[in-house]
Design a protein around this ligand. Sequence first.
Ligand code: FAD
Length: 472
Amino acid sequence: ATHLVWFRNDLRVNDNLALAAACRDPHARVVGIFLATPEQWQQHDMSPRQAEFIWQHLQCLHAALAARGIELHIHQLNDFADCVEYLKSFCETQKVDALFYNYQYELNERKRDAVVEKTLDVDVVCQGFDDSVLLPPGSVTTGNHEMYKVFTPFSRAFIKRLHEGLPECVAPPKARSAALPDNEKLTPFDYPRQPVDANLFPIGEQQAINQLRQFCRQPVADYGEQRDFPSVDGTSRLSAYLAIGVLSPRQCLHRLLKEHPQALDGDAGAIWLNELIWREFYRHLLVAYPKLCRHQPFIPWTDNVSWQQDEQQFIAWQQGQTGYPIVDAAMRQLNTTGWMHNRLRMVVASFLVKDLLIDWRQGERYFMSQLIDGDLAANNGGWQWAASTGTDAAPYFRIFNPTTQGERFDKKGEFIRQWLPELGIVPDQYIHTPWIWAEKQQLTLDYPHPIVEHKQARIATLAAYEVARKPE
Ligand code: FAD
């Protein structure tokens, strides 16, 4: 028998449910395939940094599989529609009996998979796996068998389920034959790629595992106190690996519990576990509410907000030139590294939507185009939370003050100074309000004056949301 593993967002050999299932029969010939779809990726605004991260890990996967005697075919097509015919003919020429793949929960991906299964029909037995989540979407529901709309009861039910039984990790496959030669030079796919800083995101599955182990040893216990301060390296930075499946959430859970067995009971590590559950919440929501993949808000009335179309302000936000230091430092961190601290993602998203009154979907798109950890569920969830358009989102009248956020979470401006060298001469006391200092000193800084006045912007935004909520 020939078993085909279709790799997508699961570029790893450890704890890969589809790969493990394909390898279960020791006599089967196992072949892997990865289909690059640049036009589709463009439509989904995949960032060139994530493309590079995928490319690097694809090469690692190729080598890891070759060492186990498994060939990985890498082929470029245009979009998802092309995958269907290609897979059909591949299965015919390779005499494939069974196809194994791990589910993706986004709408276009699910539609593609449904067509693939239908097209391969009875010739190839298809098996999908809930691999990128701890618990399958649809399995954690209210008493009425509905998806939770509020996070806290979801999280409580989720932890109860984990207490009943943990999703197990599966071992990497054993070598099936002698190692295949791995000196073939792979041709990269045709998609813009941008270098990834290997100090921040070392390449390789083992590197990701090492980072997880290191984080779960001590930092995870301090996470609750440290995670909100962007100048501190207090979070795991594993999002980039989780987003493309170099690491699985099960690996995260088991490593956490190995170091902190009481994390499920609320002790050390519980706050980090809670973040992993936010990740699940947003994935489960995508499946329950496919409209979230269609650029629609969860709360319908919020679609009536009259957003401002101010291209200049949007560009100022993108480039980190708004005149609010914490916002600008964060945007420059994103533009330079492809990653942004979670606290700052909330701050800059709130600023775009609630200070500039720009449509959250513009911000969501820009984030995708820059993030190395771009993930539709988490990104959409984060933006809809900040814009007050989502399930269990911040209420619309809760508006972050960008200056006080800076003062609370980067008191001395250490993070700001790292990204805005032009504020080097500004004393700590004024680091969040450099314009006041410049005025006092009668100086001109090489840094913009705030592009909006927060108090006024806040009033205008509240009015815009209120009008939208009560259409005449
Ligand atoms: P840690 O704090 O160490 O958390 C561990 C893991 O839990 C993360 O790697 C991530 O997989 C998951 N996680 C943590 N917080 C969240 C959350 N709020 N929602 C969902 N999952 C979470 N995360 C992405 O992975 N991709 C995105 O595209 C993305 N876009 C976002 C956009 C906005 C506007 C906001 C507010 C948040 C977004 N997040 C996104 C969530 C969060 O900011 C990142 O997951 C986190 O900053 C990644 O850093 P870390 O790996 O050090 O996280």
